[in-house]
Unconditional design. Structure first.
Length: 79
């Protein structure tokens, strides 16, 4: 299950980069960082302030992904 999840997250990052959208790529990057810190914190060893790092990077990811989604929606309306 962990390998499958890592593969899916990696494919999400590759897909975001291939799409060419800056905000989507940045959001995917923050999401990968968030999940990496979360996994390390849970399965390797606790990180001091890990919960705060995870939540900060997660919300940054959501912010950039939302910007990407809303700007793509606006562009589609213009087409």
């Amino acid at each position: 299950p962990i390998r499958i999840y890592c593969t899916v997250i990696a494919l999400m990052g590759i897909s975001a980069l291939a799409h060419g959208d800056f905000h989507g790529s940045v959001g995917a990057g923050w999401f990968i960082i968030s999940d990496s810190v979360l996994s390390f914190n849970k399965f390797v060893r606790p990180i001091r302030g890990g919960k705060y790092i995870v939540m900060t990077t997660y919300y940054l990811a959501q912010y950039f992904i939302a910007i990407s989604a809303s700007s793509n929606k606006s562009r589609k309306k213009l087409d």
